[in-house]
Ligand binder design. Structure first.
Ligand code: NAD
Length: 260
């Protein structure tokens, strides 16, 4: 029974994270939102989600590249809700360039936000989860956690790292009623991907529709974007009692991309 539990979803002011936070709230779970954006817009999302669902919805502006702020976000959630039962590590950014031209600061930023934040957030929630002998950790990795593409060295390295971290944590807490899994989406049409479509259209001299069909979805055999709602349902399932024996897994939700 998920109703009455509490969750932290990092990077949940946009895209996949927002969809997951909304789905958790609609399942009766208190949610700590996190991420960047316009403060008044975030506040109106927070208030309307709470009013629609009747759960408590809080917000932390913690920067996922700063481990002190990550620990502060978890403390804020524990103080507000009394516990963090569910952690969804979702915040992530992308940058595309050949390895020998990849800016050092972009490498460090992507490793910090897409990989190290997962470690710091897991470290902060585990003591409480161990005390209660229950917890669900879901890391939003990527198909790029399982296979590579050129020009995405930092992103691919970080997402492969997330899968290694997921397996290690799963083994360490296997007897504590805590599961730790990774979800590996293919392409989802969020602001992160809209930016890539625009960039690729310029680089290839193509229309955005041509880029979607021939570049972005070239690797996705079903030629359809993954829907945010589909990912949210997978996260809800991994948080359920039915999934209590699934741990250390990396679940592709990628229209067949990684079956190749
Ligand atoms: P998005 O750009 O729509 O959302 C990213 C979220 O992370 C936003 O809320 C943003 O404010 C937040 N964020 C960014 N930097 C942050 C920081 N330093 N501290 C706190 N929050 C920060 O992106 P999305 O497409 O929804 O991606 C979400 C996750 O899903 C990422 O980890 C991404 O790698 C992964 N993913 C996305 C796709 C896709 O096709 N969109 C595919 C596979 C995996």
């Amino acid at each position: 029974m998920l109703k009455g539990q509490s969750a932290v979803v990092t990077g949940s002011t946009s895209g996949i994270g927002l969809g997951i936070a909304q789905a958790l709230a609609h399942a009766g779970i208190n949610v700590m939102l996190n991420g960047f954006g316009d403060a008044s817009h975030i506040e109106s999302v927070r208030r309307s989600l709470s009013e629609e669902t009747g759960v408590r919805v809080e917000y932390s502006d913690a920067d996922m590249s700063r481990h002190d702020e990550i620990a502060g976000m978890v403390s804020q959630a524990e103080a507000a809700f009394g516990a963090v039962d569910i952690l969804v590590n979702n915040a992530g950014i992308q940058f595309v360039a050949p390895v020998d031209e990849f800016p050092d600061e972009k490498w460090s930023q992507i490793i910090a936000i897409n990989l190290s934040s997962n470690f710091h957030a897991i470290k902060a929630v585990l003591p409480g989860m161990k005390r209660r002998n229950h917890g669900r950790i879901v890391n939003i990795a990527s198909a790029h956690g399982l296979v590579a593409s050129p020009f995405k060295s930092a992103y691919v390295a970080a997402k492969h790292g997330v899968i290694g971290l997921t397996k290690t944590v799963a083994l360490e807490v296997a007897e504590s009623g805590i599961t730790c899994n990774a979800v590996c989406p293919g392409y989802v049409r969020t602001p992160l991907v809209e930016g890539q479509i625009k960039d690729q259209a310029k680089v290839h001299g193509m229309s955005e529709e041509e880029v979607v069909r021939h570049v972005i979805l070239a690797s996705q055999p079903n030629k359809r974007f993954v829907e945010v709602q589909q990912l949210a349902e997978v996260v809800l399932f991994l948080c359920s009692g039915a999934a209590s024996s699934i741990t250390g897994a990396s679940l592709p939700v990628d229209g067949g991309w990684t079956a190749r």
